[in-house]
Design a protein around this ligand. Structure first.
Ligand code: ZN
Length: 331
């Protein structure tokens, strides 16, 4: 592969929240700290996502431990909580929150903390003592507790939204709703699908399957249909935006990556996540314009965003939809 061939991968936002804890020579009071008597407090630094993520990761409230407790300790507000990472090797009590976390040593300069769907993961340089790791965790106790609660709520929402593959299941489709109807009595061939649009935004996808079809059969038939729609729509929108951006794309393929909406390589190959078809057309257009813009600017520099904006003035709002509206897991 040519060393000039660049690939840009565009991530889903918000899947994992990370913080960095500075140590040793890096330890300086943050100019933005809100607790003047907590000199070791540092601003956690986001490792993921777009330009404005750092502000979201900043803990707004005082820490839970130490001599300067807030007037109403969070422990009186929050119920006692226990979080255990499935690969936990250590545990710590942070205020009222008992956290079992996955800990590993790595070749890094700082203590890293990440909160993902499994819980808290901590990594630290080999030369940092466990006592230092624990005091770093205490310093970030409020941030950790809050992110664990948020992650749990998010997982519960996703769980509640889990798709039950049966007759009548409703899915988001192009920002509308799509109801799946199993119908082996009509003239539909086995496994084939027929789309029946509705003015009211509740469309029907009639599948040539018996009512007692296996969930997996239903899912596969719906997925095959959605992927066909996605491919056709992506081609149409790529052809719409490419001339406006003065670029040429070579081929488009569908991805089903769990953490990526799309990617573009400098040779003109575009990959787009077929699950974008759940979103309304504007949002899909944003991702298409975003990937095509990478054929002009292969990074996320200000010049890149100007390029996106040249064809899509309200891109920021559409970008936010992708972050704020998680899709139910496809399983
Ligand atoms: Zn990008």
């Amino acid at each position: 592969m040519s060393r000039f061939l660049q690939l840009v991968l565009d991530m889903f936002d918000g899947a994992t929240t990370k913080a960095l804890q500075g140590l040793g020579a890096d330890k300086r009071p943050s100019p933005k700290k809100r607790q003047p008597r907590q000199p070791k407090r540092l601003k956690p630094q986001s490792l993921m996502g777009g330009l404005n993520r750092d502000a979201n990761a900043l803990p707004p409230a005082p820490v839970l431990h130490g001599p300067h407790m807030p007037s109403v300790p969070l422990g009186q507000v929050l119920p006692k909580a226990h979080y255990a990472h499935p690969r936990a090797t250590r545990r710590i009590q942070l205020g009222t929150t008992d956290v079992a976390y996955a800990f590993r040593r790595g070749k890094r300069r700082t203590i890293g903390m990440a909160i993902g769907p499994d819980g808290l993961e901590v990594s630290a340089p080999r030369w940092v003592t466990l006592g230092e790791v624990e005091s770093a965790l205490h310093e970030k106790a409020d941030w950790i507790a809050r992110k664990l609660v948020e992650m749990q709520e998010r997982q519960q929402q996703l769980g509640a939204a889990r798709i039950v593959w049966a007759d009548g299941v409703v899915l988001p489709y192009l920002g509308d709703q799509l109801q799946v109807v199993l119908d082996s009595s009509s003239t539909l061939k086995k496994n084939s699908a027929q789309f029946e649009p509705s003015e009211a935004g509740m469309h029907t996808l009639r599948l040539g399957l018996p009512l007692n079809a296996e969930p997996q059969q239903i899912r596969d038939a719906v997925q095959a249909w959605l992927m066909r729609q996605a491919k056709a729509l992506f081609v149409e929108r790529l052809n719409h935006y490419a001339p406006q951006l003065g670029v040429q794309w070579q081929r488009v393929s569908l991805s089903s990556a769990a953490t990526r909406w799309g990617s573009a390589s400098a040779n003109g190959a575009i990959r787009l996540n077929w699950r974008l078809v759940h979103h309304k057309r504007d949002v899909i257009d944003y991702v298409v314009a975003h990937e095509l813009s990478h054929l002009r600017v292969m990074d996320h520099s200000p010049r890149f965003w100007e390029t996106v904006q040249s064809v899509m003035p309200d891109y920021a709002q559409l970008r936010r939809v992708l972050k704020d509206e998680p899709l139910p897991p496809w399983s």
